[in-house]
Design a protein around this ligand. Structure first.
Ligand SMILES: *Cc1c(COP(=O)(O)O)cnc(C)c1O
Length: 474
């Protein structure tokens, strides 16, 4: 056990403990009795003071260790203790209920967060530039620049930056004239913002099942759900996986429906060699902090249709006439993005290729190590015509141990997520859903693993070890 190098028996001499501390290079030793229970902690400073008081190197440590020490009963609790108090304490032992040392946590040891943005390009420089220019509201050069560059990245003509991904979806629906009495088809597994936007527009969602292999909306289920009131489909490229856009666009064309792509989790993913966002009548992105490209909060609608682009611009800006100030053509919203957010976005876009390559390599590293566990199913990477991106690394484990695995991650300071709860399993949405057996089954098995920038190979190994141990114990 790697805690061994910090542990000394209470009958050790001061000299032996000094040697232990010298070897472990942690500046501290945990002192245990013969039954391995911890009785105290000694730091190199404690030893220095003991020697200065006149004790000798041959004296027993037992009489000189600090018996009033801070400890935790889980790794997570230790992290919490560090974050709550500004102590001089550098290390906290984690004890089981028999007071045996099971682990320890050092100050500043990273908590593995789920998704930390990579802001190491020009983000800060552009943000400061926007700040010092005093154009900190929603006018300024970075908004236009971000819109142009992002639309270009997607292979689409027009981009309209918004305050977040949910407002982008809402604007898309309103710009397409979707409202009371209309039905919009959405997948059962998505972040709830997709379906909430349908309600915000006053329309009714029709929630359908997902595909077994891609976990994205099932085109056959869309066909079955169409009624004379259906106006649009919102395919969601779930966890970086593109939907079957050929089928979905065919269904839309045959039935006179609009397509609004929800690309919030799939910046840069491709269907048939074309980036997501380029298929829908309007496509919506989110730039929330955990997304592949972030502006803190933020979103964007992209479209090739000039009229829709203008409509969105007006609706986003209080419905105000673009030539005549304070004359309002429609009842609009204030859904704009600030110049400061857009500045961060421009910086992010400059290195999106590197970000995606890095994420992809991280996903491969997980896949490599997870390959030894037969019961783990990774999100499919090589489905026909699809080029997914790695948003969060998404896997399926046996349902019976999914929650236990997440609990153990939590106790170890590793932030992970269970898959989205199917909309059909939530009281406020379930009456809009048809049979969604696939999504129910998949959701119960799914875990999103961290893709945080700070993650180390050791953390990936630890994550895989935890999964392995739990699966093998069922
Ligand atoms: C994040 C997300 C959104 C909402 O984006 P916000 O910027 O948080 O409003 C919408 N749809 C999906 C699928 C998302 O993951």
């Amino acid at each position: 056990m790697y805690t061994d190098k910090l542990i000394c028996n209470e009958y050790a001499t001061i000299k032996q403990v000094m040697e232990c501390i010298n070897q472990n290079a942690k500046g501290v030793a945990f002192i245990v009795d013969d039954s391995e229970k911890i009785i105290g902690i000694v730091t190199d400073g404690d030893i220095r003071r003991t020697l200065l008081e006149g004790y000798g190197l041959k004296d027993k440590i037992k009489d000189h260790c600090n018996r009033q020490f801070i400890y935790a009963s889980s790794i997570n609790e230790a992290h919490e203790l560090f974050s709550k108090f500004d102590w001089k304490v550098r290390i906290i032992p984690v004890l089981n209920d028999r007071r045996e040392i099971v682990d320890y946590v050092e100050a500043g040891e990273p908590h593995v967060s789920l998704a930390q943005p990579q802001l190491n390009g020009n983000e800060y420089r552009y943000l400061m530039d926007a700040f010092w220019s005093t154009w900190i509201s929603s006018t300024g050069k970075y908004v236009t620049m971000f819109e142009e560059k992002f639309a270009d990245y997607c292979g689409v003509k027009y981009g309209m930056a918004t305050s977040n991904g949910t407002t982008a979806l809402h604007l898309a629906l309103v710009a397409l004239g979707i409202g009371a009495g209309d039905e919009v088809v959405v997948p059962d597994i998505t972040f709830a913002a997709t379906v909430n936007a349908v309600f915000h527009a006053g329309a009714v969602p029709v929630i359908v099942d997902i595909e077994e292999d891609s976990w994205c909306i099932d085109p056959d289920k869309i066909r079955n759900a169409i009624t004379p009131r259906t106006k649009a489909i919102i395919p969601v490229h779930l966890y970086g996986q593109p939907c079957d856009m050929d089928e979905i666009c065919d269904i839309a064309r045959e039935n006179g429906l609009y397509v609004i792509e929800d690309c919030a989790e799939a910046h840069g993913a491709e269907w048939n060699g074309k980036r997501v966002g380029s298929f829908g009548d309007i496509s919506c992105f989110s730039f929330f902090g955990n997304k592949v490209v972030t502006t803190g909060e933020g979103g964007m609608c992209v479209t090739n249709n000039e009229m829709l682009a203008q409509k969105i611009q007006i609706l986003r800006d209080h419905g105000m006439n673009r030539k005549r100030k304070y004359y309002h053509d429609v009842v609009g919203f204030n859904y704009r993005m600030t110049n400061m957010q857009a500045a961060i976005g421009v910086g992010q876009l400059e290195h999106i290729d590197e970000i995606l390559t890095w994420r992809n390599a991280l996903e491969d590293a997980y896949a490599d190590k997870l390959a030894q566990i037969p019961k783990v199913i990774l999100q499919k990477k090589d489905l026909n015509q699809r080029k997914k991106i790695a948003w969060l690394v998404s896997i399926l484990v046996p349902a019976e141990c999914r929650d236990k695995i997440i609990k153990i991650f939590h106790e170890n300071g590793i932030d992970t997520r269970a898959f989205f709860i199917p909309l059909s399993e939530m009281d406020i949405y379930k009456k809009y859903a048809s049979d969604c057996n696939v999504s129910k089954r998949i959701s119960r098995c799914g875990i999103n693993l961290p893709t945080t920038a700070e993650i180390t190979e050791t953390s990936v190994e630890k994550i895989v070890d935890i999964i392995k141990e739990q699966i093998e114990s069922i």
